[in-house]
Design a protein around this ligand. Structure first.
Ligand SMILES: [Zn+2]
Length: 492
């Protein structure tokens, strides 16, 4: 008996998916599922870009140029960072919804440290916590090694049954349809009739319903395909390796060209960058920039995917992700979501505490570092019994701060320093030797080289973010003037 139970525990978790295939054209028309599968898809929106790149592993190079940013963080000398923790923050960013995602039947980012915080071994400092192990406590100097958990709010109206775990959506019998390009909608006759019309599916097509068991491997595939293809469900079903990679050269939007006009008012939050241009080729070869700009590029890794879509006005050009976001937005929070707060976790995901910094040009909202400690910690001698409201509120140390501050200050990088940014966003410390070698490699004589100053304000920052996801030639796409007349890439 116990042996059998043990065996069943080891059965990998799967979600059954009914899939309507168009056999004639070998493609998925839509899939039908319940809230568990939709919760898993929606959880993609909470994942920071750095997490996604880590999960994509070898396939990440296909995702625009952001993979080069990730590689740059990986290989940068820690001496350029404020603390030794900065690199791991960016390479393994935390997810504000990680405790929620931990409850998913299929959680793509299962991490051991999810929801964990570390406290000082000294009870006097018990309110100070860090989300990275072995940080030094600014109160007493001990290492923060004692693991604790965020106190989870009691779910309102929770039935307490383990069988129906609700994460973002309400449990229950609601059935959903997911199109091949990740449009999500409540299942209805009208929806599929409309879809059949749109896809020109008629009686001539051979329709087949198949049932598929989706496990964590398939969900990882779906994450990858949803970023790199426009038909992730078909890709998953056919598991075909051909013809699914998105053509990343299709960077249709006109680039933004902010020229180096002297008259541009210097926005407080804007920063500048020197573009090194080949006059004859009319091409940006690379850029020279200080810590502010590189901090901006690096900080993209901490951005949750849903926040990126929101910043880019649902026009990130990652079509399936844009669709997924719109699907979550269109579902009524009263009927389908557990709460308005759950919907907001997907549509306006915040940065994990301390992943932002004061001068950040995009000012993405950060989760308030007001987590409550778990019962184990509450059982410790309460030093401030009188202050009931504040007694179990933890204060999180900023891992970016060399002095263990608890309020945000500067970014990840320590200035002053000059960096070289390649067209594909590979960042390295500037060195004249490597610059000369590069020009030689590109066969550009120094007489052909021109330096151009560009101002990077909010629009340019958004364009850099957008281009980093879909283009391999980001600097040229965002800053190089093109014929006929330059268009604004984003209308924000
Ligand atoms: Zn301490």
């Amino acid at each position: 008996m116990s042996a059998r139970r043990h065996q069943s525990d080891e059965v990998p978790k799967v979600i059954k998916l009914k899939i309507i295939m168009d056999k004639t054209r070998d493609r998925v028309i839509f899939a039908e599922s319940d809230h568990e599968f939709i919760d898993t898809l929606f959880s993609f929106l909470t994942l920071p870009l750095g997490t996604i790149l880590r999960l994509l592993d070898k396939d990440m190079v296909q995702l625009g140029s952001i993979s080069r940013v990730y590689a740059s963080v990986y290989s940068i000398d820690p001496k350029f960072m404020h603390t030794s923790h900065c690199k791991s923050m960016l390479l393994m960013p935390r997810n504000t919804s990680e405790t929620h995602c931990g409850k998913l039947k299929l959680n793509v980012d299962h991490s051991e440290n999810a929801g964990k915080l570390f406290c000082c071994s000294n009870y006097q400092c018990r309110k100070l916590v860090s989300f990275l192990q072995n940080m030094r406590c600014c109160g007493c100097g001990n290492l923060m090694v004692r693991s604790t958990r965020l106190f989870e709010e009691e779910e309102k109206g929770s039935c307490g049954e383990e069988s129906a775990v609700e994460v973002f959506l309400k449990g229950g019998a609601a059935s959903f349809m997911i199109t091949d390009d990740f449009q999500v909608m409540p299942a209805s006759t009208a929806s599929y009739v409309e879809l059949f019309e749109k896809l020109e599916v008629s009686h001539r097509n051979e329709i087949e319903a198949v049932t598929m068991e989706v496990g964590i491997k398939e969900v990882l595939q779906l994450l990858k395909f949803s970023l790199l293809s426009t038909t992730p469900l078909t890709n998953m079903v056919l598991s075909s390796k051909e013809n699914w990679v998105r053509d990343t050269s299709k960077f249709k939007d006109g680039p933004t060209a902010k020229s180096d006009k002297k008259g541009i008012p210097q926005n407080i939050n804007s920063m500048s960058m020197k573009l090194i241009v080949s006059k004859s080729k009319k091409k940006v070869l690379y850029a020279e920039a200080g810590v502010e700009l590189v901090d901006l590029l690096f900080s993209f890794l901490a951005f949750p995917l849903g926040a990126v879509v929101k910043l880019l006005g649902c026009n990130s050009k990652l079509d399936c992700i844009d669709n997924l976001y719109k699907g979550a937005d269109d579902l009524s929070s009263r009927n389908y979501f557990k709460s308005e707060e759950c919907k907001n976790r997907l549509l306006s995901p915040k940065l994990y505490p301390h992943f932002g910094y004061n001068s950040h040009i995009l000012q993405l909202e950060e989760e308030t570092p007001k987590c409550r400690l778990d019962r184990e910690n509450l059982a410790l001698p309460l030093l401030q019994q009188s202050d009931k409201a504040a007694r179990n509120v933890a204060v999180i140390l900023d891992p970016k701060s060399p002095t263990g501050e608890t309020v945000n200050g500067e970014g990840y990088l320590r200035g002053p320093a000059t960096f070289m940014i390649m067209d594909n966003l590979l960042v390295s410390p500037f060195s004249p030797t490597s610059s000369i070698a590069l020009l030689k490699q590109l066969k550009v004589p120094t007489s052909d080289v021109e330096e151009r100053n560009v101002i990077v304000g909010k629009d340019e920052a958004l364009n850099l973010l957008k281009a980093s996801l879909i283009s391999k030639t980001v600097l040229n796409d965002v800053f190089n003037r093109r014929e006929p007349s330059p268009e604004i890439m984003l209308k924000v």
